[in-house]
Design a protein around this ligand. Structure first.
Ligand SMILES: Cc1ncc(COP(=O)(O)O)c(C=O)c1O
Length: 387
């Protein structure tokens, strides 16, 4: 072979018969075939194999298998973001004319997806207070195909009793979709409580190191096959590198969350005792309005997210921001480092102030994603900033 051919084709054979302990990143957008028979067999799923990047790679399969097992579901589909996974799921599940019932306590972009995108597709959404199962059941119509809730809501950490919701929905053939991004499977596993599909922004606790944008849904294989078909058609596939990073993150999910939950509980108690704080929202506190449900749901900690209202509203939040020494403002959550954000101007900024107030998102509300640091350092930084 000549220079140009060697450059284009060389160095592709793996000179080893031993397997790596850590799976490699399959950074390829296509796979090669030796016979037309093999093309046919792999394409039709009769032989294991991969075809094309958008259809999935071994890194996707490994992540999906691990997540399906951790959530106790049959199959999973990994996508380019939490919103990408939701879009693919709804394309697979809903048809024009269908009706959706949703919790009104949602991540702001999810509300926008329902209000602005689904509505244009001919799918209407009724928003209800899903902390009361009876309100969800009362909103069902013969056209209702799915109910959507966050198991632990963003940003006020309200809880949904998935078990109490699910019986009636199952008997009416309505899918119950649970966004469990804030809880993670280390804290809560909604499929075991009767959810049809569990949805995650893998951007958060699953990957855990602030370096992935991804999403994943887990549920019955037949439904996941349809979600995969939608994902392939809309091109909402995750990159192999992000799939690999998310798989690596998952390996330490339980130990991260163990520490993060313990830190969050300690900080919630600490903040509750501070005179600058009007109210703390954390499901691990006895003051949480759904304390009874929280005790039933959370056996290994109540999650790593908490919110609190600063007395003095927006000006107090600005002074707080200017005073924090190392806890960074970052409009996301789930990292091993503690971060905080201001929902009124970030995740819920598109919602009118009056609607924010109705939801309980006031001008003094700050949300913390608690990391794995020494909790004393976190308390010291918060204490001096509050002072
Ligand atoms: C509860 C919840 N669901 C879904 C999403 C969307 O996920 P992504 O940003 O990965 O698209 C977010 C993002 O913050 C979220 O907080």
């Amino acid at each position: 072979m000549r220079f140009e051919t060697i450059a284009a084709r060389g160095g592709r054979d793996v000179p080893s018969d031993t397997r790596p302990l850590t799976p490699p990143i399959y950074q390829t957008n296509v796979f090669v075939f030796d016979t037309l028979e093999q093309v046919e067999a792999v394409w039709e799923g009769k032989e294991p194999g991969f075809v094309y990047g958008r259809y999935g790679t071994p890194n996707h399969t490994m992540l999906e298998a691990m997540m399906a097992e951790l959530e106790g579901g049959e199959a999973a589909v990994a996508c380019a973001s939490g919103m990408g996974a939701l879009t693919a799921l709804f394309l697979a599940l809903l048809t024009s004319g269908d009706h959706l019932v949703s919790s009104r306590d949602l991540y702001g972009t999810t509300t926008a997806l329902f209000d602005e995108e689904l509505r244009r597709w001919g799918v209407d959404t009724t928003f209800v207070d899903a902390t009361e199962p009876a309100r969800v059941h009362a909103a069902l119509t013969p056209r209702t195909r799915a109910v959507y809730v966050e198991s632990v809501s963003n940003p006020l950490l309200k809880l949904v009793d998935v078990e109490a919701l699910s019986g009636e929905l199952r008997s009416r053939g309505v899918a119950l979709i649970v966004d469990s991004s804030i809880a993670s499977p280390a804290v809560l596993r909604p499929l075991g409580l009767g959810a049809t599909v569990v949805h995650h922004s893998a951007t958060k606790f699953l990957s855990g190191h602030g370096d992935v944008t991804g999403g994943i849904v887990v549920g019955r294989k037949e439904l996941m096959d349809r979600v995969r078909a939608s994902t392939i058609r809309i091109g909402a596939n995750l990159s192999p590198f992000d799939a690999w990073l998310a798989s690596r993150g998952l390996r330490t999910l339980h130990v991260r969350l163990e520490r993060q939950c313990a830190n969050a509980l300690a900080l919630a108690r600490f903040l509750e005792g501070r005179p600058e704080v009007a109210r703390v929202y954390y499901p691990g506190l006895a003051s949480h309005p759904q304390d009874g449900l929280a005790r039933r749901l959370f056996k290994n900690g109540a999650g790593a997210m908490l919110s609190c209202d600063l007395k003095g509203g927006a000006p107090a939040v600005e002074r707080f921001m200017a005073s924090l020494r190392f806890i960074e403002f970052a409009p996301s959550y789930g990292d091993v480092a503690t971060t905080w954000t201001y929902p009124a101007r970030t995740s819920h900024r598109r919602i009118a102030e009056s609607a924010q107030a109705e939801l309980g998102i006031g001008p003094g509300l700050v949300r913390l994603s608690v990391g794995i640091e020494a909790v004393e350092d976190l308390m010291e930084d918060l204490a001096q900033a509050l002072s």
